[in-house]
Design a protein around this ligand. Structure first.
Ligand SMILES: [Zn+2]
Length: 327
Protein backbone atom coordinates (compact mmCIF):
# COMPACT_ATOMS: atom_id res chain seq x y z
CA UNK A 1 0.00 0.00 0.00
CA UNK A 2 3.02 2.27 0.09
CA UNK A 3 2.25 3.63 -3.38
CA UNK A 4 -1.49 4.15 -2.83
CA UNK A 5 -4.29 2.05 -4.31
CA UNK A 6 -3.21 -0.56 -6.85
CA UNK A 7 -5.50 -2.64 -9.11
CA UNK A 8 -3.61 -5.89 -9.92
CA UNK A 9 -5.75 -7.15 -12.88
CA UNK A 10 -5.73 -3.70 -14.50
CA UNK A 11 -2.11 -3.02 -13.54
CA UNK A 12 -2.76 0.60 -12.63
CA UNK A 13 -2.60 2.81 -9.53
CA UNK A 14 -5.14 5.37 -8.36
CA UNK A 15 -3.67 8.59 -6.89
CA UNK A 16 -0.21 7.04 -6.40
CA UNK A 17 2.06 8.91 -4.03
CA UNK A 18 5.11 7.95 -6.15
CA UNK A 19 5.64 7.86 -9.92
CA UNK A 20 4.20 4.65 -11.47
CA UNK A 21 3.80 3.30 -15.04
CA UNK A 22 0.04 4.03 -15.17
CA UNK A 23 -1.79 6.41 -12.81
CA UNK A 24 -5.49 7.22 -12.62
CA UNK A 25 -5.92 10.53 -10.80
CA UNK A 26 -9.07 11.66 -8.97
CA UNK A 27 -8.26 15.39 -8.69
CA UNK A 28 -5.52 17.99 -8.84
CA UNK A 29 -4.61 18.47 -5.15
CA UNK A 30 -0.90 17.86 -4.66
CA UNK A 31 -1.32 14.88 -2.33
CA UNK A 32 -3.42 13.02 -4.95
CA UNK A 33 -1.89 14.26 -8.22
CA UNK A 34 1.87 13.94 -8.35
CA UNK A 35 4.14 14.47 -11.32
CA UNK A 36 6.44 11.89 -12.90
CA UNK A 37 4.18 8.94 -13.79
CA UNK A 38 4.45 7.46 -17.27
CA UNK A 39 0.76 7.49 -18.25
CA UNK A 40 -1.94 9.56 -16.54
CA UNK A 41 -5.69 9.10 -17.01
CA UNK A 42 -7.86 11.85 -15.50
CA UNK A 43 -10.60 14.33 -16.41
CA UNK A 44 -9.61 17.07 -18.87
CA UNK A 45 -9.79 19.66 -16.08
CA UNK A 46 -7.57 17.63 -13.76
CA UNK A 47 -5.00 17.08 -16.53
CA UNK A 48 -5.03 20.82 -17.28
CA UNK A 49 -4.60 21.64 -13.58
CA UNK A 50 -1.64 19.23 -13.33
CA UNK A 51 -0.03 20.86 -16.36
CA UNK A 52 -0.54 24.32 -14.79
CA UNK A 53 1.06 23.23 -11.52
CA UNK A 54 3.85 20.93 -12.73
CA UNK A 55 4.50 21.99 -16.32
CA UNK A 56 3.39 20.36 -19.57
CA UNK A 57 5.84 17.46 -19.09
CA UNK A 58 4.28 16.19 -15.83
CA UNK A 59 3.85 12.78 -17.51
CA UNK A 60 4.83 11.09 -20.77
CA UNK A 61 1.29 10.31 -21.96
CA UNK A 62 -2.05 11.86 -21.02
CA UNK A 63 -5.44 10.31 -21.55
CA UNK A 64 -8.70 12.22 -21.00
CA UNK A 65 -11.46 10.48 -19.04
CA UNK A 66 -14.88 11.83 -20.05
CA UNK A 67 -17.35 11.76 -17.17
CA UNK A 68 -19.56 8.68 -17.37
CA UNK A 69 -17.64 7.07 -20.24
CA UNK A 70 -16.26 3.54 -19.79
CA UNK A 71 -12.62 2.83 -20.62
CA UNK A 72 -11.15 -0.68 -20.78
CA UNK A 73 -7.73 -1.13 -19.16
CA UNK A 74 -6.40 -4.70 -19.43
CA UNK A 75 -9.94 -6.09 -19.16
CA UNK A 76 -10.95 -3.85 -16.23
CA UNK A 77 -13.73 -1.32 -16.96
CA UNK A 78 -13.13 2.11 -15.42
CA UNK A 79 -15.32 5.22 -15.44
CA UNK A 80 -15.10 8.67 -13.86
CA UNK A 81 -17.98 10.42 -12.01
CA UNK A 82 -18.21 13.87 -10.36
CA UNK A 83 -17.02 14.06 -6.74
CA UNK A 84 -18.07 17.63 -5.82
CA UNK A 85 -14.65 18.36 -4.29
CA UNK A 86 -12.88 20.84 -6.64
CA UNK A 87 -13.03 21.65 -10.37
CA UNK A 88 -12.29 18.46 -12.33
CA UNK A 89 -12.59 16.16 -9.30
CA UNK A 90 -13.92 12.67 -9.95
CA UNK A 91 -14.69 9.39 -8.28
CA UNK A 92 -13.30 6.42 -10.17
CA UNK A 93 -15.47 3.31 -10.62
CA UNK A 94 -13.56 0.09 -11.35
CA UNK A 95 -15.49 -2.98 -12.53
CA UNK A 96 -14.43 -6.56 -13.27
CA UNK A 97 -16.40 -9.80 -13.27
CA UNK A 98 -19.53 -8.08 -11.99
CA UNK A 99 -17.81 -6.53 -8.95
CA UNK A 100 -17.76 -2.73 -8.83
CA UNK A 101 -15.50 -0.70 -6.58
CA UNK A 102 -15.76 3.08 -6.34
CA UNK A 103 -12.73 5.10 -5.28
CA UNK A 104 -14.27 8.39 -4.22
CA UNK A 105 -11.03 10.34 -3.75
CA UNK A 106 -11.94 13.44 -1.75
CA UNK A 107 -15.60 14.45 -1.95
CA UNK A 108 -18.34 16.55 -0.43
CA UNK A 109 -22.11 16.63 -0.83
CA UNK A 110 -22.99 20.28 -0.25
CA UNK A 111 -23.46 22.85 -3.03
CA UNK A 112 -20.33 24.42 -4.52
CA UNK A 113 -20.72 26.81 -7.48
CA UNK A 114 -17.18 26.00 -8.69
CA UNK A 115 -17.58 22.31 -9.51
CA UNK A 116 -20.06 19.61 -10.50
CA UNK A 117 -22.00 18.02 -7.64
CA UNK A 118 -21.18 14.53 -6.32
CA UNK A 119 -23.04 11.76 -8.14
CA UNK A 120 -23.72 8.57 -6.17
CA UNK A 121 -22.51 5.47 -8.06
CA UNK A 122 -23.91 2.08 -7.03
CA UNK A 123 -21.10 -0.25 -6.01
CA UNK A 124 -20.16 -3.34 -4.05
CA UNK A 125 -17.16 -1.73 -2.41
CA UNK A 126 -17.09 1.98 -1.59
CA UNK A 127 -13.63 3.38 -0.87
CA UNK A 128 -13.88 6.60 1.10
CA UNK A 129 -11.72 9.14 2.85
CA UNK A 130 -12.50 10.11 6.46
CA UNK A 131 -10.71 13.44 6.91
CA UNK A 132 -13.59 14.66 9.11
CA UNK A 133 -14.71 11.19 10.16
CA UNK A 134 -15.74 11.95 13.72
CA UNK A 135 -19.26 12.84 14.91
CA UNK A 136 -17.97 16.16 16.29
CA UNK A 137 -17.26 17.37 12.75
CA UNK A 138 -20.36 19.10 11.41
CA UNK A 139 -19.65 21.87 8.93
CA UNK A 140 -21.96 24.91 9.05
CA UNK A 141 -23.65 26.39 5.99
CA UNK A 142 -20.84 27.98 3.94
CA UNK A 143 -23.05 30.93 2.92
CA UNK A 144 -23.34 31.81 6.61
CA UNK A 145 -19.53 31.77 6.97
CA UNK A 146 -19.13 34.05 3.93
CA UNK A 147 -21.70 36.46 5.38
CA UNK A 148 -19.64 36.64 8.60
CA UNK A 149 -16.61 37.64 6.48
CA UNK A 150 -18.58 40.37 4.69
CA UNK A 151 -19.99 41.62 8.01
CA UNK A 152 -16.45 41.85 9.41
CA UNK A 153 -15.29 44.02 6.49
CA UNK A 154 -18.12 46.43 7.35
CA UNK A 155 -17.39 46.34 11.06
CA UNK A 156 -13.65 47.00 10.54
CA UNK A 157 -13.45 49.12 7.37
CA UNK A 158 -9.87 50.22 8.15
CA UNK A 159 -8.47 46.68 8.37
CA UNK A 160 -7.32 44.45 5.51
CA UNK A 161 -9.10 41.10 5.68
CA UNK A 162 -6.44 38.52 4.82
CA UNK A 163 -8.11 35.22 4.01
CA UNK A 164 -5.99 32.06 3.90
CA UNK A 165 -7.41 29.56 1.41
CA UNK A 166 -5.84 26.67 -0.51
CA UNK A 167 -4.91 27.66 -4.04
CA UNK A 168 -6.91 24.95 -5.80
CA UNK A 169 -10.61 24.95 -5.06
CA UNK A 170 -10.97 26.71 -1.73
CA UNK A 171 -9.76 30.12 -2.92
CA UNK A 172 -12.12 30.09 -5.92
CA UNK A 173 -15.00 28.81 -3.80
CA UNK A 174 -14.55 31.64 -1.28
CA UNK A 175 -14.44 34.20 -4.11
CA UNK A 176 -17.51 32.72 -5.85
CA UNK A 177 -19.25 32.61 -2.46
CA UNK A 178 -18.52 36.30 -1.84
CA UNK A 179 -19.99 37.15 -5.27
CA UNK A 180 -23.07 35.01 -4.59
CA UNK A 181 -23.62 36.97 -1.36
CA UNK A 182 -23.57 40.27 -3.27
CA UNK A 183 -19.98 41.33 -2.57
CA UNK A 184 -18.89 43.13 -5.75
CA UNK A 185 -15.77 45.01 -4.61
CA UNK A 186 -12.45 44.07 -6.24
CA UNK A 187 -10.94 41.03 -4.50
CA UNK A 188 -7.15 41.01 -4.20
CA UNK A 189 -5.31 37.75 -4.78
CA UNK A 190 -1.77 36.58 -4.00
CA UNK A 191 0.31 35.81 -7.12
CA UNK A 192 0.25 32.08 -6.30
CA UNK A 193 -3.50 31.99 -6.99
CA UNK A 194 -3.50 33.78 -10.34
CA UNK A 195 -3.03 30.86 -12.73
CA UNK A 196 -5.72 28.76 -11.10
CA UNK A 197 -8.19 31.66 -10.80
CA UNK A 198 -7.63 32.41 -14.51
CA UNK A 199 -8.20 28.74 -15.30
CA UNK A 200 -11.47 28.64 -13.36
CA UNK A 201 -12.66 31.80 -15.09
CA UNK A 202 -11.71 30.31 -18.45
CA UNK A 203 -13.92 27.34 -17.57
CA UNK A 204 -16.89 29.68 -17.08
CA UNK A 205 -16.79 30.10 -13.30
CA UNK A 206 -17.49 33.76 -12.62
CA UNK A 207 -15.11 35.24 -10.03
CA UNK A 208 -15.65 38.94 -10.80
CA UNK A 209 -13.02 41.66 -10.52
CA UNK A 210 -9.73 40.15 -9.27
CA UNK A 211 -6.67 42.35 -8.67
CA UNK A 212 -3.10 41.48 -7.73
CA UNK A 213 -2.44 41.84 -3.99
CA UNK A 214 0.81 43.72 -4.32
CA UNK A 215 1.52 46.63 -2.03
CA UNK A 216 3.45 49.40 -3.78
CA UNK A 217 4.70 52.65 -2.31
CA UNK A 218 1.91 54.91 -1.08
CA UNK A 219 -0.93 52.55 -1.99
CA UNK A 220 -1.38 50.77 1.31
CA UNK A 221 -4.61 52.65 1.86
CA UNK A 222 -6.18 50.83 -1.10
CA UNK A 223 -6.34 47.72 1.01
CA UNK A 224 -8.21 49.22 3.98
CA UNK A 225 -11.35 47.14 4.42
CA UNK A 226 -10.47 45.02 1.38
CA UNK A 227 -10.55 41.24 1.09
CA UNK A 228 -7.14 39.78 0.19
CA UNK A 229 -6.89 36.05 -0.49
CA UNK A 230 -3.66 34.08 -0.36
CA UNK A 231 -2.44 30.52 0.17
CA UNK A 232 -1.97 29.63 3.86
CA UNK A 233 1.82 29.41 3.37
CA UNK A 234 1.98 33.10 2.42
CA UNK A 235 0.74 34.19 5.83
CA UNK A 236 4.01 33.40 7.50
CA UNK A 237 6.02 35.70 5.22
CA UNK A 238 6.55 39.39 5.01
CA UNK A 239 3.90 39.63 2.30
CA UNK A 240 1.17 39.43 4.93
CA UNK A 241 2.63 42.14 7.16
CA UNK A 242 2.62 44.80 4.46
CA UNK A 243 -1.13 45.34 4.64
CA UNK A 244 -2.71 47.92 6.94
CA UNK A 245 -3.77 46.45 10.30
CA UNK A 246 -4.37 42.95 8.85
CA UNK A 247 -7.18 40.81 10.21
CA UNK A 248 -6.31 37.13 9.75
CA UNK A 249 -9.08 34.86 8.48
CA UNK A 250 -8.72 31.26 7.32
CA UNK A 251 -11.20 29.17 5.31
CA UNK A 252 -10.86 25.51 6.32
CA UNK A 253 -12.89 22.68 7.77
CA UNK A 254 -10.26 22.59 10.52
CA UNK A 255 -11.38 26.00 11.74
CA UNK A 256 -14.09 24.20 13.69
CA UNK A 257 -11.26 23.21 16.03
CA UNK A 258 -10.77 26.47 17.96
CA UNK A 259 -7.34 25.37 19.16
CA UNK A 260 -6.08 25.11 15.56
CA UNK A 261 -7.41 28.59 14.82
CA UNK A 262 -5.65 29.98 17.89
CA UNK A 263 -2.36 28.22 17.04
CA UNK A 264 -2.39 29.83 13.61
CA UNK A 265 -3.26 33.23 15.03
CA UNK A 266 -6.55 33.29 13.12
CA UNK A 267 -8.87 36.03 14.30
CA UNK A 268 -11.78 35.12 12.02
CA UNK A 269 -12.05 31.34 11.50
CA UNK A 270 -14.30 30.43 8.54
CA UNK A 271 -15.48 26.82 8.63
CA UNK A 272 -15.59 26.13 4.89
CA UNK A 273 -14.56 22.64 3.85
CA UNK A 274 -14.18 20.82 0.54
CA UNK A 275 -14.42 17.51 2.40
CA UNK A 276 -17.46 15.67 3.71
CA UNK A 277 -18.30 16.17 7.35
CA UNK A 278 -19.54 13.28 9.53
CA UNK A 279 -23.14 13.58 8.31
CA UNK A 280 -22.10 13.69 4.64
CA UNK A 281 -19.86 10.62 5.07
CA UNK A 282 -22.50 8.55 6.84
CA UNK A 283 -25.38 9.73 4.63
CA UNK A 284 -23.37 8.82 1.53
CA UNK A 285 -22.75 5.31 2.83
CA UNK A 286 -26.43 5.01 3.81
CA UNK A 287 -27.47 6.13 0.28
CA UNK A 288 -25.10 3.73 -1.50
CA UNK A 289 -25.64 0.69 0.73
CA UNK A 290 -22.41 -0.97 -0.44
CA UNK A 291 -21.53 -4.50 0.68
CA UNK A 292 -18.28 -3.21 2.03
CA UNK A 293 -16.56 0.10 2.90
CA UNK A 294 -12.81 0.64 2.86
CA UNK A 295 -11.55 3.81 4.54
CA UNK A 296 -8.37 5.23 3.06
CA UNK A 297 -7.18 8.01 5.35
CA UNK A 298 -8.26 10.42 8.04
CA UNK A 299 -10.20 9.38 11.18
CA UNK A 300 -10.66 5.82 9.94
CA UNK A 301 -11.60 4.00 13.13
CA UNK A 302 -14.76 5.92 13.97
CA UNK A 303 -16.19 5.55 10.48
CA UNK A 304 -15.31 1.84 10.35
CA UNK A 305 -17.04 1.37 13.69
CA UNK A 306 -20.13 3.25 12.48
CA UNK A 307 -20.32 1.01 9.39
CA UNK A 308 -20.05 -2.12 11.50
CA UNK A 309 -22.87 -0.94 13.76
CA UNK A 310 -24.95 -0.40 10.61
CA UNK A 311 -24.21 -3.99 9.53
CA UNK A 312 -21.81 -2.99 6.72
CA UNK A 313 -18.44 -4.72 6.55
CA UNK A 314 -15.68 -2.10 6.77
CA UNK A 315 -11.95 -1.85 7.19
CA UNK A 316 -9.31 0.85 7.43
CA UNK A 317 -6.57 0.92 4.78
CA UNK A 318 -4.26 3.30 6.65
CA UNK A 319 -2.92 4.79 3.42
CA UNK A 320 -0.05 7.15 3.99
CA UNK A 321 0.89 10.27 2.06
CA UNK A 322 -2.52 11.94 1.95
CA UNK A 323 -2.51 15.08 4.02
CA UNK A 324 -5.60 16.07 5.89
CA UNK A 325 -4.13 19.57 6.12
CA UNK A 326 -5.07 20.47 2.57
CA UNK A 327 -8.54 21.66 3.41
ZN1 LIG B 1 -8.38 17.05 -2.26
Amino acid sequence: MSEGLYCPPGDFHIDPVRPVPRALVTHGHADHARPGSEKVLATADTLAIMALRYGEDFCAERQVAKLGETIDINGVRVSFHPAGHVLGSAQIAVEKDGLTMVVSGDYKRRPDPTCRPFEPVACNVFITEATFGLPVFRHPDSGEEIRRLIASTRQFPERTHLVGAYALGKAQRVIAGLRAEGYHEPIYIHGALKKLCDFYQGRGIELGNLQPATVEGGKRGDFAGAVVIGPPSAFADRWARRFPDPLAAFASGWMQVRQRARQRGVELPLVISDHSDWDELTETISDLKPDEVWVTHGREEALVRWCQLEGIAARPLHLVGYEDESD
